[in-house]
Design a protein around this ligand. Sequence first.
Ligand code: ADP
Ligand code: MG
Length: 145
Amino acid sequence: MKGPVQHGFKRGSKDLGCPTANLPDEAIEPHQDVLQTGVHYGYARVLLGEDAGSADEVLPMVMSIGWNPYYKNEKRTAEVHILHAFDSDFYGKELRIVMLGYIRPEYNYTSLESLINDIETDKLVTLRSLDRPTYEAFKKDPFFQ
Ligand code: ADP
Ligand code: MG
């Protein structure tokens, strides 16, 4: 999937140490039938330009496909957290992602602590999963060039 990064609803994901870049609806729409709701991992690249250094490379990402209460739960949104410390926000920049695997379904949480713990687990699962040598080829896929 690819598209310019959209503004979301600022539900405090940055405060949780997990900002999520939102893909536009048009990026998700063609895949609605096959997309599974929940948390996935894969690779992402934000097209920032040469002088962005490592921030412009293909990077690990963890992403949530979820029903959006703001659209009466009739639409799903794709939110991508990239495992990289960016110097600044990149709204409007083109984001490209490949989804490589599924981690878990969406859960409801009874405490903020358990939510934060799960996000940390998702990041670890992402990094460990992407260690599989067969995924290396996706980093070099022409889609990212
Ligand atoms: P919004 O509700 O607008 O999506 P967030 O709090 O989720 O707000 O922050 C998302 C924004 O943060 C992204 O659109 C992007 O510009 C920026 N950002 C900075 N670092 C990251 C990162 N590591 N992964 C994803 N987005 C990031
Ligand atoms: Mg977000």
